[in-house]
Design a protein around this ligand. Structure first.
Ligand code: ZN
Length: 412
């Protein structure tokens, strides 16, 4: 028989617990297989293969706004499905997956990603079992490498399942929460309440100033939420982290002030932008976008890496993110001494839509298709160039080695 806890609720035994759903933890934003049950007016979330002290207990009074409550509900879903090797064709561009990201050989966590590209390879057979050898390029939506592309194998990928019927315990808990508070009258800002990263918070991109761009970010707001929450505490505390995004394939005529204005228009972030000089033989140039906080950095990363949009020049040349760096104070300082800053204070009521040099092109349009082809071409070129650099370094090393051999003292 199941024991009663201090609240008088029946606590399920280990055998009775059904680990049938997954939950996106507030701690690290990763997905875990969990079992849930109600204890009085609280909801206990038990993590599969973790001890009881790792349980999360949520109070029905924890939600400050209706959005927080709905966001909490969105953190539960049906277990993502591990794919068999012969099912790899289900993983096509655009499919949402839950994939493992390894921190060390033994430490890995699951985050959401979208399949960005597939390199199909002929399958092999081992002991009569089909082995998928394809490579899948994933665009990460959550976790420490959100906004980045990495390659993965099928064994690291699960398919996110369609919406399930809501879990009865979660439904009952949210009902208790609704009864304990009138959400129609509450609309508090998480920042003004001084919440910690552990608290449940609503999406942080809200407020009258940003209302015009909510639509653009709507599809990716889940990806931003946790980054915003995590970095908000730091930023509010006055701690600044310099970050840099290096962008390639820029039009040579592009001005840094145009980039700053464009980014501010779409993200409300006003970064320092530097456009690097290019060689006369080069058909494109590079630029550096510098930011003072990780919060702004994450905002820009999500904007720049959105798989549904690309940024191009008015002639159609797409931006390509070359590198993202966090905390490089020295690099930032050295760049600042090289060139004058282009940071501008964007005046209120400035006419928007006057920017002719850059634009956002949306997925599904001809422009996006062309930009995507141009980006792939640039990436292939960059990768070839990278191999040439390595070859150059190798050849240089050989010359250095030969020289040091010649400089050796003569032996008798
Ligand atoms: Zn395959």
């Amino acid at each position: 028989m199941s024991p009663n806890n201090e609240l008088g609720a029946v606590v399920p035994t280990a055998e009775e617990l059904n680990y049938t759903i997954e939950f996106r933890s507030y701690n690290d934003d990763a997905w875990y297989t969990v079992a849930v049950f109600i204890e009085g007016s609280t909801l206990r979330v038990k993590y599969l293969n973790f001890s009881d002290e790792n349980d999360d207990v949520f109070k029905s009074t924890d939600f400050k706004t209706l959005k927080e409550k709905n966001e909490f509900k969105g953190r539960f879903r049906q277990l993502s499905k591990q794919l068999q090797d012969n099912e790899c064709r289900k993983l096509v561009k655009g499919v949402k997956v839950c994939a493992s990201h390894s921190f060390t050989e033994t430490d890995f966590k699951f985050y959401d990603a979208v399949v960005d590209a597939v390199q199909v390879k002929e399958h092999s057979t081992e002991q009569e079992e089909e082995l998928c050898l394809c490579a899948f390029v994933l665009f990460w939506l959550h976790g420490p490498i959100a906004g980045n592309l990495t390659a993965a194998k099928i064994e690291n990928i699960c398919i996110v399942q369609p919406k399930m019927d809501d879990n009865p315990s979660v439904v009952s808990f949210l009902k208790i929460a609704s009864e304990s508070k009138d959400y129609t009258s509450s609309y508090s800002s998480p920042m003004s309440n001084g919440v910690s990263g552990r608290d449940m918070v609503a999406y942080c991109i809200e407020g009258s100033n940003n209302a015009h761009r909510l639509g653009f970010f709507e599809r990716l707001k889940k990806a931003i939420t946790c980054h915003d929450r995590r970095t908000e505490d730091t930023d509010l505390g006055g701690i600044k982290t310099p970050c840099m995004i290096l962008v390639g394939n820029l039009d040579r005529e592009l001005c840094s002030s145009t980039v700053t204005e464009f980014l501010h228009e779409h993200t409300s972030v006003s970064p320092n932008v530097f456009i690097f000089p290019s060689l006369s033989s080069e058909i494109y140039t590079r630029g550096a976008i510098l930011l003072d906080s990780e919060k702004d950095f994450q905002k820009l990363c999500v904007f720049l890496s959105n798989p549904n949009c690309m940024i191009t020049s008015s002639a159609g040349r797409p931006w390509v993110i070359i590198e993202k760096l966090v905390g490089l104070k020295k690099i930032k300082a050295s760049i600042r001494t090289l060139l004058p800053t282009s940071k501008i204070i964007v005046q209120k009521n400035r006419n928007s839509g006057t920017n002719n040099d850059l634009k956002v092109v949306r997925k599904g349009t001809k422009e996006f298709e062309i930009a995507s082809n141009l980006r792939d071409l640039f990436l292939a070129f960059s990768s070839h160039q990278e191999r040439l650099y390595k070859r150059l370094a190798l050849e240089e090393a050989k010359i250095y080695a030969a020289r040091s051999f010649l400089n050796l003292p003569n032996r008798i």
